[in-house]
Design a protein. Structure first.
Length: 386
């Protein structure tokens, strides 16, 4: 297996070796692996100098035409896309406001977020000076509560796609209410591929901006993201971004997106990744994941071990459209947490996750044959404890 064949390369020099990824396209595990078509695009861009602002515009137009959006912008990850999108909605292209970010006291800086949508990533709204305004409760959000939250101080409504989620005011209703108040809606769908239909779904529904991570199932480098949406807002994102220089009061300035630099290699990689994703046989991929999950579940099931294929719900690493193997051991000595910890100590290390004492295995990032290593490693650990 190639995760062991690193001793002659830079990973060997660094003393770092690959792992078996049974978690999914997590940032901390590198997001995804890059196919030859993506690597070739990176190599092509890496061999030349380019006018990067022009490349941004051409790539954005290319991606937008593929997806039926007004415009698109490649970012340094989904979080950067959310931050720039919020900044665009707060400033709406007003240079005076743009140069003041993240100081936003004298402008519309509130971003409405449903209580049930609060998450560890929404702090990126505040990075650019946005103020999060919670609406609703842990039980849910009523339409009237969203209506009341929209004021002259509101810059945008952020909708985090954790669907299905009981109690959440659905996106259709959020769009209807927000647009009646002339308030843009930013949809954060960073990890919501697959299904592939999500690439176009939210734009078609009328979202003003939609954010995706490039380095997950889309297959681009881990440090990339994509913002789709209304041309006027994407243009402001571009102006706020890392390659923009603007003269104000006889002074050349960069804006708040300067630290969010994306390389020419990354820009072309995302363009190729989007094109490739639209022609991928996603039904075949899903069948392969289900087959791997079925095989692992069948081989792991036995006395005191319950293993089954499940489709996860809220609380699992996104997306929840991909099946997982749920492993539960009827022994107090073996918990999901214990298995996670000890699988990481195996050779090669195996990364998985646990929830409420149960172990979960995601087949999405398992290379051919790795599911057998996962099974044999788990059987060995279980044999030592039960």
């Amino acid at each position: 297996m190639d995760y062991l064949m690193t001793s002659s390369g830079i990973l060997g020099e660094l003393g770092v070796h690959g792992v078996i990824n049974a978690c999914g396209t997590l940032t901390v595990l590198g997001g995804t692996t890059l196919d030859d078509e993506i690597l070739e695009a990176i190599r092509e861009a890496g061999m030349v100098f380019l006018d990067v602002p022009e490349l941004h515009e051409r790539a954005g137009d290319f991606i937008a035409r593929l997806l039926g959006a007004e415009d698109a912008y490649v970012t340094s990850g989904g979080a950067a896309g959310l931050a720039l999108g919020v900044a665009a909605c707060m400033t709406m292209g007003d240079t005076t406001k743009m140069v003041r970010l993240p100081m936003t006291e004298q402008m519309s800086n509130e971003v409405v977020v449903q209580k049930l949508h609060r998450n560890m990533y929404d702090r990126n709204i505040e990075v650019v000076g946005g103020k999060i305004v919670e609406v609703g409760s842990e039980e849910g959000t009523r339409a009237s509560e969203l209506e009341q939250a929209l004021t002259e101080r509101t810059a945008a409504v952020a909708y985090f796609v954790f669907d299905p989620q009981e109690g959440v005011l659905p996106l259709e209703k959020v769009l209807d209410i927000s647009h009646r108040h002339n308030t843009p809606v930013i949809v954060d769908a960073a990890a919501e591929l697959p299904p592939a239909s999500n690439l176009v779904r939210f734009i078609r529904m009328g979202a003003d901006l939609v954010v995706f991570s490039g380095g997950k199932d889309l297959g681009a480098p881990n440090d990339t993201g994509l913002v789709l949406g209304r041309k006027n807002l994407i243009q402001v994102c571009r102006r706020l971004g890392p390659h923009s220089y603007e003269t104000t009061d006889n002074e050349t300035r960069v804006h708040i997106g300067r630290p969010m630099k994306v390389s020419k290699e990354d820009i072309v990689a995302v363009a190729v990744a989007v094109k490739r994703y639209l022609t991928t046989d996603h039904d075949r991929r899903m069948k392969e994941w289900e087959s791997k999950a079925d095989r692992m579940a069948d081989q792991l099931s036995g006395p005191r071990v319950r293993a089954r294929k499940v489709f996860p719900s809220l609380g699992h690493p996104r997306p929840v459209s991909i099946p997982r193997v749920e492993v539960e051991v009827s022994s107090g000595a073996v918990t999901g947490e214990w298995l996670v910890e000890n699988l990481r100590k195996m050779s090669p290390p195996i990364y998985s996750y646990s929830i409420n004492g149960k172990l979960y295995l995601n087949p999405q990032c398992l290379k051919e044959g790795e599911e057998e290593i996962v099974v044999s490693s788990l059987k060995y650990l279980l044999s030592q404890r039960i």
